[in-house]
Design a protein around this ligand. Sequence first.
Ligand SMILES: C[S@@+](CC[C@H](N)C(=O)[O-])C[C@H]1O[C@@H](n2cnc3c(N)ncnc32)[C@H](O)[C@@H]1O
Ligand code: SF4
Ligand code: SF4
Length: 347
Amino acid sequence: MAILKPVILRSLQRSLRSLGGERAPVLAGHKLLYRCNLECKMCPFWRREDELLLGLADEIRIMESLAAAGVSFLGFEGGEPLLRADVGAILREAHRRFHTSLVTNGWLLAHRLREIAPHLDLLFVSIDGIGERHDRLRGIQRSFERAVDGMRASRSQVPTVISHTVTRENLDQSEQVVELAERLGVGLTLQIAYDYRTADPMSPDRAALRPVIERLRELRRSGAPILESVEYFDAILGSWYGGRPWRCKPWLTINIDPAGRIVLPCYVLQEYRGTEPVWTVDLRKLWNQYDWARFEACNRCALACYLEPSLFRWTDLASLRDRVVDGAIHYMERTPRTSRRRPTPSG
Ligand SMILES: C[S@@+](CC[C@H](N)C(=O)[O-])C[C@H]1O[C@@H](n2cnc3c(N)ncnc32)[C@H](O)[C@@H]1O
Ligand code: SF4
Ligand code: SF4
């Protein structure tokens, strides 16, 4: 795993600044487009008609602004990022500045792998069920097969992680998806679907979700390759079932829409509607003037990109390394790039 020096430096600087009470984003998510080649029930993005794309020069302007504000981790998503012809060039620029990741539905993965793999620290591939269940949720036949074929190709070239979104229609399959990750020798990260106004309502029933969260926590404890911490599961259980809210710190994660605009305070509440282009804004000033306190007790979502960082103690460098860096790569230590665990015949 190439942890870039500027990334570590920014982490140190941020820790020092946060000691003085200053706020700065740590993680960034950026949608490269809304367009997609699949039609997932729970997803609003492929339905949107307001896409405005930027060229490489503006993408670099975004990166410069984020790096200057203290961002260390930049994740690309969409829509389907591999539909962009220039995704390799964008990732190359990003990897010079950040720890990089990308999330894809996997349909084009095997074809685009050579362009993207050298510039990625982590690759997420969405899997929402096994076989036909995944295809039904994703709206296109053979999407499961193509995503799995993509992971078989990618796992030897870039640390690969299944991104599994739990919905009301696949609650019974989470454990099988964890087993798939184990067979393939990849990691797994979770999303719990929330209901966007412009997508099909697919969030799971809370009572039915509880045993699934408890079981996933147990699997995580017993060494399944799940990226989320045990504390992540504890926070969900405490908040949604125990009346003990976790304190959301949406300022730790910044999101940028395809036109380069900042999405405030978080993309759940704004359904990814951006305001001003990030390069026109003094981010440090905005971050330290914005009224974030209103959202502390929100607890509406359980998105790992907001919940996990909210649980960290950012002034504790040991904790930063343990939970951000080692947490993201713990499974890779068991399956290093050059000598990966041999997959089983069905993996
Ligand atoms: C919006 S997609 C973009 C990247 C790519 N097209 C993909 O599907 O991986 C990013 C992630 O968001 C998840 N997602 C989609 N709709 C969601 C919802 N309503 N709630 C939570 N996660 C959702 C997807 O399953 C996917 O893992
Ligand atoms: S979740 Fe990803 S693959 Fe599915 S429609 Fe949305 S953007 Fe496309
Ligand atoms: S808990 Fe609320 S404020 Fe925090 S990220 Fe989720 S929706 Fe946004």
